[in-house]
Design a protein around this ligand. Structure first.
Ligand code: RP5
Length: 164
C-alpha cells in the first residue's frame, strides 16, 4: 500500500467500533490510511507531536473521533492547517450529544468539519476525505461518481410492500 494520505485518530481503542467505519470506507476506495489512538487529555504531548508533524508526514486529511468532552479534533486542528474532520463518538451517559456539541461548537478561527454521531458520521467522514483527495485524483473522482451511481440505482430499485 502507498504512503497513507489520511490519518484516523481516536481518543481510545473503545472508539474503534465506530471509527472503523471511516477506515472501511477508505479501504473500499483504495485510499491508504493510518489509524491510531491519540488521547487529547491522556496523551497531550503525543497529540501535539502528531498534529505538528502530520503535514510533513504526508497526511492530507485527518479524521479525528472522540467521545464525551471531545476536544481531540479541535486541539489537533489548532496545531495543523490540514483539514480536520471530527466524528462524535456515542458516549455512555449522553449518547454522543456531548461529543457532538464539543466538536461542532468550535469558536471562529479554527474549523473542524463535524459529522453525524456514530457509525454514519464516521463513514461519511471517510467519504468526505475521499472527496477532498479526489480533487487532485481523477481516478478517485471516477470511483466516487460510480459509488454515487450505485447508491442511486439501489434507491430506484426500491419497492414498497402492498399498501392499504
Ligand atoms: C474519550 O473518552 C474517548 O474518545 C472515548 O470515547 C471516551 C471513553 O474512553 P475509554 O474510557 O473507553 O478509554 O477520550
Amino acid at each position: 500500500m502507498s504512503k497513507p494520505l489520511v490519518a484516523i485518530i481516536m481518543g481510545s481503542d473503545s472508539d474503534w467500533p465506530v471509527m472503523r467505519n471511516a477506515a472501511q470506507m477508505l479501504a473500499d476506495f483504495g485510499v491508504a490510511y493510518e489509524a491510531r489512538v491519540v488521547s487529547a487529555h491522556r496523551t497531550p504531548d503525543l497529540m501535539f507531536q502528531f498534529a505538528e508533524s502530520a503535514a510533513a508526514n504526508g497526511f492530507q486529511v485527518i479524521i479525528a473521533g472522540a467521545g464525551g468532552a471531545a476536544h481531540l479534533p479541535g486541539m489537533v486542528a489548532a496545531k495543523t492547517t490540514l483539514p480536520v474532520l471530527g466524528v462524535p463518538v456515542p458516549s455512555k451517559h449522553l449518547q454522543g450529544q456531548d461529543s457532538l456539541l464539543s466538536i461542532v461548537q468550535m469558536p471562529k478561527g479554527i474549523p473542524v468539519a463535524t459529522f453525524a454521531i456514530g457509525d454514519a458520521g464516521a463513514a461519511n467522514a471517510g467519504l468526505f476525505a475521499v472527496s477532498v483527495l479526489a480533487n487532485q485524483d481523477a481516478a478517485l473522482a471516477q470511483k466516487l461518481a460510480e459509488f454515487r451511481q450505485k447508491q442511486a440505482e439501489k434507491v430506484h430499485a426500491m419497492t414498497l410492500p402492498e399498501q392499504p
